[in-house]
Ligand binder design. Structure first.
Ligand code: SF4
Length: 351
């Protein structure tokens, strides 16, 4: 085995965290944990993993579950398209009759990319396939001093080739786990522990004073602001919700009636907005209770500036298509975007 791998394995044996998905060969558990961990830290991901597996203990249970239940279980993790893909891929697996057991076959599942397929294939089936995530990119970029951007096609290819070349065929699972753990705990994005690093004498970035510069990126993601004005409309102990459709964020999640604008608007501008005037035709009798909160919510490509206005509706409310009146006591059955959930929690303990 390569000297770098020997040192890495020795480090891993001493420092690895005891995580539930490390001690299993069940491809379903590994798959769920990998998708959850792509979007959250281990501490928070652990709780989601345990809850998700308790709700959907097998791939068949996940495939059979209503989509609303899956979205509800995913609530708070963000990237809801991943939950939808998990659900669709579970149905694919059930149709196949068994969990696919090669990298190529796993890669055919909906929403499964190179990294996740390699992780499942190596952890569950010992296939000698290097899994390359952000941690792995960082470690090898620094150790080998790769300065072409890791978000470029060439940069990704170079790192993937090095990762694959270093992989000892008979210990793919341990190798992949070790590099990822090393990136998460030792060779961290900021302030890596170079002083006690077992690879320090091999590390080009350290020798050349480039640790802070690697891995390099070609361009930064452009972050677009969005301005969301929500109407918290309630009537006789029930709240009006809307199920989002279309190809936007939060597809199939429930949210409050929304008016989206190009810039932030205050109550005066809200009252003159055509969408608000349209609501007044549907809900002619209400008491405006005021502006009841503002939340800034940061996603990977968007910054959402949300404001909330409360309206108490009088008399019968006939819901337009796609809307539903939900008793406060039943709100916990509905999957809400984290932003709306935060507002509800901050507003009161009504549910
Ligand atoms: S010496 Fe520092 S930068 Fe290099 S691999 Fe070790 S922790 Fe990472």
């Amino acid at each position: 085995m390569d000297d770098i791998c020997c040192r890495l394995f020795a480090w891993y044996d001493m420092h690895k965290r005891d995580l539930p998905w490390r001690s299993t060969r069940n491809p379903y558990y590994i798959w769920i944990s990998e998708v959850i961990l792509q979007q959250t830290r281990v501490a928070q991901g652990y709780a989601y993993f345990v809850r998700f597996i308790a709700l959907f203990p097998t791939v068949e249970a996940l495939a059979d579950a209503p989509e609303d239940a899956v979205m509800r279980a995913w609530q708070g993790l963000g990237y809801y398209s991943r939950a939808r893909n998990l659900h669709a891929a579970a149905k694919q697996i059930v149709k196949l009759g068994r969990f696919p057991d090669t990298y190529e076959a796993i890669r055919q599942l909906k929403g499964v990319g190179d990294y996740t397929a390699a992780a499942i294939a190596s952890f569950a089936f010992d296939e000698p396939k290097a899994a390359v995530d952000g941690n792995v990119c960082r470690v090898w970029s620094r150790v080998f001093g790769i300065d072409c951007p890791i978000d470029s096609v060439r940069g990704k290819r170079v790192v993937a080739e090095i990762a694959q070349e270093l992989l000892p065929d008979s210990q793919a699972a341990k190798y992949n786990q070790a590099v990822m753990e090393f990136g998460a705990l030792q060779c961290t994005p900021h302030s890596p522990s170079c002083v006690d690093c077992p690879l320090a004498d091999k590390c080009v970035a350290l020798a050349e004073g480039k640790v802070d510069m690697l891995p390099s990126k070609s361009h930064k993601t452009k972050v677009i602001p969005r301005y969301l004005t929500y109407l918290y409309m309630h009537n006789a102990g029930s709240l009006l919700l809307h199920k989002r459709t279309g190809n936007d964020i939060w597809q199939n999640l429930y949210e409050l009636p929304l008016i989206e604008t190009d810039v932030a608007i205050d109550a005066d501008k809200l009252f003159l907005h055509p969408d608000f005037l349209a609501w007044k035709k549907i809900v002619p009798h209400y008491t405006y209770k005021g502006f009841t909160g503002g939340i800034k919510h940061v996603l990977s490509h968007r910054v959402l500036h949300a404001t909330f206005h409360e309206l108490e509706v009088w008399g019968e409310l006939s819901c337009p298509d796609g809307y539903v009146m939900v008793p406060f006591s039943e709100l916990s059955h509905y999957a809400l975007p984290r932003l709306v959930e935060r507002y509800m929690q901050e507003k009161s303990g009504q549910w």
